[in-house]
Design a protein around this ligand. Structure first.
Ligand code: ARG
Length: 457
């Protein structure tokens, strides 16, 4: 059953139906019913429907809610979309009174309301998952705060740091993702009901009442904007895409760390898969797929922007495509968060220590601390590195004579600067790679999580 048969003398063609009906909106079912209940209550309040009919509609919608909870709601092939399905079922349950529910409403404002309600609940779920991930990273960072590792730039050993510090870099990224979702959900919490198909209604509707009964703090200001705009969807997808990009970057490192060449981590059997051909293999598939699936989420972001760019105001059926993009992005993020969380939580870390070369900056900084200009110090240590390389030695084999002939402010005990453990404890700047910094960051993160605790749980 369509909601628009009156003007037509023929039924929709099969090809049109197959091409235009998108079942992905079925997951909006609970939101559609919730919005309809609020709408019906408002219609009764302003006197557009009688209390008897309003009661019937509320009863019917409550029955539909029960069916949803029991997973017994049945869609039919004739349902053009989720809104049509609810109205069809309501008519089956309560008869002609169902025909009053759509008073003062269009599917154009209805679908926006459904999406905004849906995002309110799914967004809270994603934030909770992100929080869990941050907590696991923080826990693992606490355990590995004393494990000295090289930090990298250009995938070359750079300075000495700790594994805990490395893991916390991701915790901070994901904390910002939580913040982004939070800010985005504030903009999403707005009711479009009352905008109608495009330009409002001659009926005495009360959009504020609908909004407040749905706990939405605001209503639309412009009806065309309310039904035409999907920046709220694009913004949510951006939040997903950015979080997926962070996870993809972490995933790449988890893959690298699990290689024989890197040898930093071993993953539990339950978090890896095998090879049908190579008996020795244990593959980090969840990480590879998080990295791989991030590509399609970036595609969702580009598609949701492209979807809007050439559309005249206001609603156009093109906009129906927003849902598949949104659900795909959000579901992919949800899956990646769950799978990578397990992998990180269960990993055994055993990174190889940094090479002494990654302490080179210590030698330059010790000269600086004794008054040598940095550029000169850099030059001196650079030459020292070349000399050692030419004599086939590493920095750990530097002798006091090498230092003395490099610069007269070097002191004999400076040879111990080449010890990576010593190097890491010399990091004194805030947010640096030292173990102390890791513990300080863990406290900071706990405070941030406490502050934002309500949203994410
Ligand atoms: N299924 C449609 C969508 O998702 C609902 C709105 C339909 N409006 C219309 N005028 N055909 O966008």
């Amino acid at each position: 059953m369509t909601l628009w048969g009156g003007r037509f003398t023929d039924t929709p063609g099969g090809a049109l139906w197959a091409f235009t009906v998108d079942h992905s909106d079925r997951r909006l079912l609970p939101d559609d019913v919730r919005g309809s209940k609020a709408h019906a209550a408002m219609l009764e309040h302003v006197g557009l429907i009688s209390s008897e009919n309003a009661a019937l509609i509320q009863e019917g919608l409550a029955l539909i809610e029960d069916e949803i909870v029991r997973d017994e709601f049945v869609f039919t092939d004739g349902d053009e979309d989720v809104h049509s399905a609810v109205e069809r079922r309501l008519a089956e349950l309560i008869g002609v009174a169902a025909g009053q529910l759509h008073t003062g409403r269009s599917r154009n404002d209805q679908v926006v309301l459904d999406m905004r309600l849906y995002l309110g609940r799914t967004g809270a779920g994603r934030m909770a998952q992100l929080r869990d991930f941050v907590e696991v990273l923080t826990e693992r960072a606490g355990e590995t705060a004393g494990i000295v590792v090289p930090t990298y730039t250009h995938l070359q050993q750079a300075q000495v740091g700790t594994l805990g510090h490395h893991l916390l870099a991701y915790a901070w990224m994901l904390l910002r993702d939580i913040d982004r979702f939070d800010a985005c959900l504030i903009r999403i919490a707005e009711s479009p009901l009352g905008a109608g198909a495009s330009a409002g209604s001659s009926l005495p509707l009360d959009p504020d009442m609908v909004a407040s009964s749905l706990d939405l703090p605001g209503i639309f200001a412009n009806s065309l904007d309310a039904v035409a705009s999907r920046d709220f969807v694009a913004e949510y997808i951006f939040c997903c895409a950015q979080a997926m990009t962070h996870l993809s970057r972490l995933a790449e490192e988890l893959v690298l760390w699990g290689t024989v060449e890197f040898g930093w981590a071993t993953y539990r059997d339950r978090d890896t898969t095998g090879s049908s051909a190579l008996p020795q293999k244990k593959n980090p598939d969840p990480a590879e797929l998080a990295r791989g699936k991030a590509a399609a989420v970036l595609g969702d972001l580009s598609a949701i922007l492209a979807l809007q760019k050439g559309l005249p105001l206001s609603y156009n059926r093109d906009l129906q495509e927003d849902k598949r993009l949104l659900f795909h992005a959000d579901d992919t993020l949800a899956g990646a968060l769950a799978a990578l969380l397990d992998m990180v939580a269960g990993a055994t870390f055993h990174p190889s220590p940094p090479s002494a070369w990654s302490t080179a900056l210590e030698f330059a900084e010790v000269l600086v601390s004794r008054g040598v200009p940095f550029r000169e110090a850099h030059e001196v240590v650079g030459r020292l590195v070349t000399t050692l390389l030419e004599s086939g030695r590493g920095l750990e084999e530097v002798r006091k004579e090498d230092l003395a002939s490099s610069h007269d402010v070097f002191q004999a005990e400076d040879v111990s600067l080449a010890d990576p453990n010593r190097s890491v404890s010399r990091r004194v700047t805030p947010g640096s790679g030292s173990s102390e910094s890791v513990f300080a960051q863990i406290e900071q993160i706990a405070a941030v999580l406490d502050e934002g605790g309500k949203e994410g749980t």
